[in-house]
Design a protein around this ligand. Sequence first.
Ligand SMILES: [Zn+2]
Length: 221
Amino acid sequence: MKSIESIAHIDEQHRLVVELLPEIPDGPVKIMLLSTNATDEEREWQVLINHSWEEDWSDPREDIHTLKDGKEEQAYVIPQDRFDDLDYIEKRVRLVPLTSQGALRSTLKYLYLIDGPTNLPVDRRKVAELFLEPAEVLLARWLATRTNGSERKRYGANSLKQARIARYRCERCRFADVRVLELDHVYGHAQKTFACLCANCHKIKSRKEDWTGKRRDQGEI
Ligand SMILES: [Zn+2]
């Protein structure tokens, strides 16, 4: 057995008291006593802290990715099989009041038909939002800003088409949470060629261009 350093105490009855980590196996051990100093005391504290962290990490309640979090993440992911499926759109439309069906149909076509409409008027979007999933509300607002709103000039219909082609996933790493998607101007703002990227991949791409100096004057940094 290899040697293991630990801190022990000698109690009033002159017994050696030592708390060992659970992975140390049973059986006889050889003991060599050394006096401690302040640094050792500090190290003892560090060993205890590390030990308590180990316990926390092995406790499933401490797991950061709980089921609840997972559900929330899922709520912001668009299933892949919704694209170019008119039956799916009509099924959704039939579930809502007649007065809202037109608005919902337009909005779902705008979101899910690869060659669908490239305009989503704000009044239609607002009616449809009552019947959209959280990911769809977010996408509809984000994309409508680019096709009908303040970012129309910089982005426009091509950016929407690219997001649909990417099926609302990052084109580089396939990350699917729509909350972090961005539309990158591939060749700078002067051109209307886009890539749908997650925030991380977009940042990495911009940083690379930043380091090389390439496209710095026209690109999206
Ligand atoms: Zn990515």
